[in-house]
Every structure is written in C-alpha cells, then in structure tokens.
Design a protein around this ligand. Structure first.
Ligand code: FAD
Length: 258
C-alpha cells in the first residue's frame, strides 16, 4: 500500500523527540505521520527521575506510552515501520518520498516536510544532501539553531543532532524544531496556548491562531478528562519487562524478564 496524498509532515522516529514533534505539528493543524521502528532508547531506563512534572519519577515505558497517547489524541497518525530511503522530489516546493519497510511489505509515504528524530539511524538521509557527521560509531545530523538541516524541508531533532542525552532535552529540542517547521510552512501560529475566556478578547484582541480561549465549564471538563486518563495509565504497574543494554542479553529481543 502506498500513500499518494502528501502528508504535511513525516516524523521519522517515535521516541521522546519524534512523539513530541508530532504533538506540536498535529496541534498546529498539520497532517502528521510518525513512522517508528524499534524501541525508543528511554525505555531502557529503570526509573525516570528528572522529567519535569513527575516528583517521584515515572516508569520510562509508561512515560513513552503517555507521549504516544498525547500524539494520538492531538491528531497525529502513527505507523510501525523502518524508513530505509528518502527521495527529494520537489524543486521549488519541498516534497519528499520515504520508503518504509513494514511487516506487510514496503510502503511509500510522501510528505512536504520531514523531521528526522531517528536516533541512532541517519542512513536514509545519506543521498538527500543533508550534512551528516560521523563520530566514532555514531552519525549525527548537522542542523542550525532551530533544527533545520542544509536541505529545505528536512529537519532533525533529538539525540540524532548530538544534543545532551536527556529526555527533556530531546523533548524541548523537538518542540522547537516542530514550531520552526510550522512557521516555515506558512501556517498561522501563535504560541499554542490555551487561555481562559477573555484573556485576549477582553483586551480587544482576537484569539490568535493556534490559541484557544475556554470557559469555566470546558476547563472543568478537560481537567476531569485529564484526571481520568492519568488514573487509568497509573492504575497498574507497567506490564513490560525492564530492558537492559542489548549487548548484555542473548535473547533476540534484547530484553530481560524480571
Ligand atoms: C539506560 C538509559 C537510561 C537513561 N536514563 C535517562 C534518565 O534517567 N533521564 C533522562 O533524561 N534521560 C535518560 N536517558 C537518555 C534519554 O533516553 C535520551 O536522551 C532520549 O530518550 C533521546 O530521545 P530521542 O527521541 O532522540 O531518541 P529515541 O528515544 O531513541 O527515539 C528514536 C526512535 O527512532 C527509531 N528509529 C531509528 N531509526 C529509525 C528508522 N530508520 N525508521 C523508523 N524509526 C527509526 C528508534 O527505534 C527509536 O524508537 C537514558 C538512556 C539510556 C540508554
């Protein structure tokens, strides 16, 4: 199966960076697809203690489940598969075609813009003109201060760009990159804020694009829903076994049963 309609944004990699980028892109109204193959590296962590908002820490596998849920609820689509190649099609307007290997065979996905958040694989970018930098066994993607690569329309985020190796750093970097992409696409956007009724309008301003004013009932409804969702996610211990470094275990999935 091949997608013919170009997506607004293709995000390669569904770890902390990719899922955060997807949430920001989808919330800005861009038709966004995340393609992920394999396990986000943070799932090897034994207990995440330094992510803001979790005073007693959080199970890292639960944390990435929450990021997936957030991307889904904000309208991003997700596909399991490995991007093996990326063709640059557009001349004036950026357009890209990704080859994706899935369990059902090969698919192609076209998109106007691409965010590479695929630590630690940059091989599919090799023929695109993006600047790649080898350092030991790793390859990093060169970007400007806002996540743009040398190829207009291709962005990179997360550990793949050699930022510091923390989840919140990857998330912040990806959010900044996504907002840069939104601006570059010409989409009307202001801050992605949800404010109480009147916050803008009582001062004679229109509600800016990508912002909302919500009344007390709607605020209470959203709070109720957020509490229900979080209660459900935290109701039971996470059922997935703890991972360790794949080189330390000999089963083919690289996991240990506790
Ligand atoms: C053992 C361990 C403990 C850690 N503990 C902490 C901690 O306590 N606190 C903290 O802040 N940070 C911690 N980190 C670091 C943190 O996990 C990372 O810095 C952060 O998660 C990087 O996010 P990322 O999205 O850039 O990469 P990843 O989360 O690795 O996401 C990349 C995703 O892309 C997928 N992918 C790769 N290539 C392709 C492709 N071609 N096509 C499709 N998908 C692809 C990968 O499988 C992966 O799912 C820890 C890391 C490890 C290994």
């Amino acid at each position: 199966m091949s997608e013919t309609n170009p997506r607004d944004a293709l995000v390669v990699g569904g770890g902390v960076a990719g899922l955060t980028a997807a949430t920001f892109l989808a919330r800005a109204g861009l038709d966004t697809l995340v393609v992920n193959d394999g396990e986000p590296i943070v799932r090897r962590n034994a207990h995440l203690e330094n992510v803001p908002g979790f005073p007693a820490g959080v199970n890292s596998r639960l944390f990435t489940d929450l990021l997936s849920e957030q991307a889904d609820r904000n309208g991003a689509d997700r596909l399991t598969g490995r991007v093996t190649d990326l063709d640059v099609l557009g001349d004036d307007d950026p357009l890209f075609r990704a080859t994706v290997e899935t369990d059902d065979g090969e698919e192609t996905v076209e998109a106007s813009r691409v965010v590479a958040a695929s630590w630690s694989d940059a091989s599919y970018l090799e023929d695109t003109g993006v600047d790649l930098r080898a350092a030991g066994s790793k390859t990093y993607v060169d970007v400007d201060d806002l996540g743009r690569t040398a190829v207009p329309g291709i962005y990179a985020a997360g550990r793949l760009t050699e930022i510091y190796h923390q989840a919140v750093v990857a998330a912040g970097d990806a959010a900044e990159t996504a907002i840069t992409l939104v601006h570059d696409s010409g989409t009307a956007f202001y801050n992605d804020w949800v404010a109480p009724t009147g916050y803008f309008t009582d001062r004679g301003r229109e509600v800016p694009p990508a912002c909302e004013e919500i009344d007390a009932d709607e605020r209470a409804r959203r709070e109720r829903e957020s509490r229900e969702v979080m209660r459900e996610f935290f109701a039971e211990p996470h059922d997935e076994p703890q991972r360790t470094h794949p080189s330390l275990v000999d089963d083919e999935l690289g996991r240990l049963d506790e």
